[in-house]
Design a protein around this ligand. Structure first.
Ligand SMILES: C[S@@+](CC[C@H](N)C(=O)[O-])C[C@H]1O[C@@H](n2cnc3c(N)ncnc32)[C@H](O)[C@@H]1O
Ligand code: SF4
Length: 352
């Protein structure tokens, strides 16, 4: 199966059939090139979204297992300087729980060639820290917001923090981050009547809303395709109150399909990971908070970069491990295959 790689093939100096081309980049067997690194900074969180974590939380990683700011910065430097990573996104768990987040962002934006640096957060505490993050070079932000109703927010996240999230969003915009993106997951019978209200709120406040189909990455393994709100349903709900036309802007490897709202300039995105998978254009590689490399959210195996790093591997040895792992990346997530099994780590421990 080839997903289209004429440029790479002609540039490759393959040494045999099926051999990895002699290129420093993070290429895989299907012609994809990873340039986007997702880094999870912690598996902990101050919310307990029902679709992501049980009320009591999870068995958190011990501190000794977490990469330090120095270790993270070294691996990110290897990725940028040797492997062609051009975008770095920090996530978790909740990345704002790391006190050294600003330091990690500054180390990343100090790299050359400078990667773009973004953050995915639940927004709690963002209002206090966003100016420092922007001063450290943060380029973009995604804040998760599944409902505008305080009672519902408490039911979904098991915490009464809606006001903090909205304050965080406002602060991100005031700090000059643009676009400020909002991520929403709709759950049947819980908040699936709020698609239009969320869109109106985001349009009014200048935020860019994206709905994400719920994926089978919950620790309870309770995901059920039949109860998932599909992209089709989300679009149908939005069309009851708004006119949507496909955004003519090039989609590239972006996971969100974008729509102009009422002729634009407002847009809304839908990330249909389950019903319209975009694996063929995936350009991601992932690092967990405990230094394990994953080629996909749904990968069944990991590569232990932390072990290599702590045993004294050189930068080039780390880069080679990374290249080898990416060469083994699967063609797709396989959610629709009859033999699909969820990865052991839930979303919060991989980094969403
Ligand atoms: C895992 S969180 C980590 C960052 C931060 N705590 C946050 O909530 O934005 C990243 C995103 O993944 C989403 N998410 C969590 N579990 C999911 C699932 N099973 N399917 C789809 N999205 C999920 C969240 O709603 C959030 O927008
Ligand atoms: S979705 Fe984000 S905010 Fe909600 S529990 Fe998971 S990690 Fe925390």
């Amino acid at each position: 199966m080839h997903l289209g790689w004429p440029a790479l093939r002609s540039a490759s100096r393959a040494t045999g059939p099926g051999a990895r081309p002699d290129t420093p980049a993070l290429v895989d067997r299907f012609g994809r090139v990873a340039t986007d690194l997702r880094v999870s900074l912690t598996d902990r969180c101050n919310l307990r979204c029902t679709y992501c974590m049980p009320a009591e939380g999870l068995d958190w990683l011990p501190t000794s297992a977490l990469l330090t700011a120095g270790e993270l910065s070294r691996l990110i430097r290897v990725a940028v300087e040797r492997l062609g990573i051009t975008e770095v996104r920090f996530t978790g768990g909740e990345p704002l729980l790391r006190r050294d987040l600003t330091q990690i962002v500054a180390a990343t934006t100090g790299l050359r060639p400078r990667p773009s640096v973004s953050l995915t957060t639940n927004g709690i505490g963002l209002a206090r820290r966003v100016d420092d993050l922007v001063a450290a070079g943060l380029d973009r932000i995604n804040v998760s917001l599944d409902t505008l109703r305080p009672e519902r927010f408490r039911a979904i996240s098991r915490r009464d923090r809606l006001a903090d999230v909205l304050a965080g969003l406002a602060a991100a915009r005031a700090a000059g981050l643009s676009p400020v993106k909002v991520n929403a997951v709709l759950l049947r019978g819980v908040n699936d009547d709020e698609a239009g209200a969320l869109l109106d709120y985001c349009l009014d406040h200048g935020y860019q809303l994206r709905f994400i189909e719920q994926m089978p990455l919950d620790p309870q393994h309770a995901w059920d395709r039949r109860s998932m709100i599909t992209a089709e349903e989300i679009l149908a709900a939005l069309r009851r109150t708004h006119r949507l036309t496909p955004d003519p802007a090039e989609r590239g490897s972006a996971p969100a399909e974008r729509w102009l709202v009422d002729g634009g300039p407002g847009v809304v995105g839908v990330i249909a990971s389950v019903t319209r998978p975009f694996c063929a254009t995936c350009d991601r590689t992932r690092l967990t908070a405990d230094g394990q490399l994953r080629t996909c959210l749904f990968a069944r195996t990991e590569t232990d970069l932390r072990g290599a790093l702590r045993s004294g591997a050189s930068d080039e040895e780390l880069a080679e491990l990374w290249r080898g792992a990416m060469w083994g990346k699967a063609a797709g997530h396989g959610i629709s295959d009859s033999d699909f099994t969820q990865p052991q780590r839930p979303m919060s421990a991989i980094g969403g």
